[in-house]
Design a protein around this ligand. Structure first.
Ligand code: RIB
Length: 293
């Protein structure tokens, strides 16, 4: 079973010609509000890919639609708390090329406490997987407590910050990084060198490395496998990485790493061709149909 202890955001997406520069005032051409947050997106991707997933975290009173969306998608929300104060949100500038700039407000995501973590993890142990990102409070405590219970800890260090390097990373079973995060963790920039360095530093952990238009790779110490990305028109890259992560882990144990990479690449490609975060995450039946074409 997957437990995703992660963020939930309201994403306010502004369409712009280019991301606003320092000192510039820029008129947007459109505004929309979507469900988002790396945690929520990844839980939805796991569930839409067929995984059994529970989501833990915090929303404010204004986050009802995020809870509802998770439940409608089959995600268990019994460990999602409603707390005082506003739900987390993101202000996203979406440019003409489908690229984004994201400003985060943590809100309720920063109200996660060690007590909530202890209470939630009590129901999990060996055979269960914990998925975490970097948008909630007390992550070092969370990763240590989950590893102590024998859980597989899957960590996506996004958004990256220098302080992460001093966290108890030996608790992590699988790192999910893009090239920038991989370089920040290892000091290496070449993808093969990143994977080699991760293996040297964390010999018991696997690494899933995404390379944007150059595809993705996975190294678990016994195999290093690669997949190309799927060529699609880019509308909005938001949540593509989250979709990739959810689809990969939903298929890893049942289909093996190579096939899981291919399925995840297809799902992520489909996500970038739709505007928005959570709503761009495809259903498994549509991903499989796309792959058949
Ligand atoms: O990964 C995309 C997500 O990052 C957005 O949905 C936004 O909320 C931020 O958390």
């Amino acid at each position: 079973m997957f437990l995703n202890f992660g963020s939930l955001n309201l994403d306010f997406v502004y369409s712009v010609t280019h991301s606003v520069r320092a000192g510039e005032t820029l008129a947007s051409t459109d505004r929309a509000c979507f469900a988002g947050g790396k945690g929520l997106n990844q839980s939805l991707a796991l569930a839409r890919a067929g995984g059994v997933v529970a989501h833990a975290g915090c929303v404010g009173e204004d986050g009802g639609m995020l809870r509802q969306l998770l439940e409608e998608s089959g995600v268990n929300t019994e460990t999602l708390l409603t707390v005082d104060g506003p739900t987390g949100h993101a202000i996203i500038q979406l440019d003409q090329n489908g690229q984004n700039s994201i400003l985060l407000f943590g809100g309720a995501n920063h109200r996660v406490t060690p007590a909530q973590i202890d209470k939630t993890l009590a129901a999990y142990g060996e055979g269960d997987s914990l998925i975490i990102q970097n948008e909630i409070s007390h992550i070092p405590y969370l990763m240590t407590a989950a590893a102590a219970r024998g859980m597989r800890v899957i960590w996506n260090p996004s958004p990256f910050a220098e302080e992460l390097k001093s966290w108890p990373l030996s608790a992590v079973s699988c790192f999910v990084v893009n090239e920038i995060e991989g370089e920040a963790l290892t000091g290496r920039s070449d993808p093969e060198a990143i994977l080699d360095e991760m293996r040297a530093r964390y010999p018991h952990a696997a690494t899933l490395l995404t390379l944007g238009s150059r595809g993705s790779c996975y190294d678990d110490g016994t195999q290093r496998v690669y997949a190309e990305c799927v060529e699609v028109p880019v509308v909005d890259t938001t949540a593509a990485g989250d979709t990739f992560l959810g689809y990969f882990f939903a298929h890893l144990d049942s289909h093996g790493a190579q096939k899981a990479l291919q399925i995840a690449s297809t799902a992520a490609g489909m996500a970038v061709s739709v505007k928005g975060a959570a709503n761009s995450i495809p259903l498994a039946k549509d991903v499989y149909a796309f792959m058949e074409k």
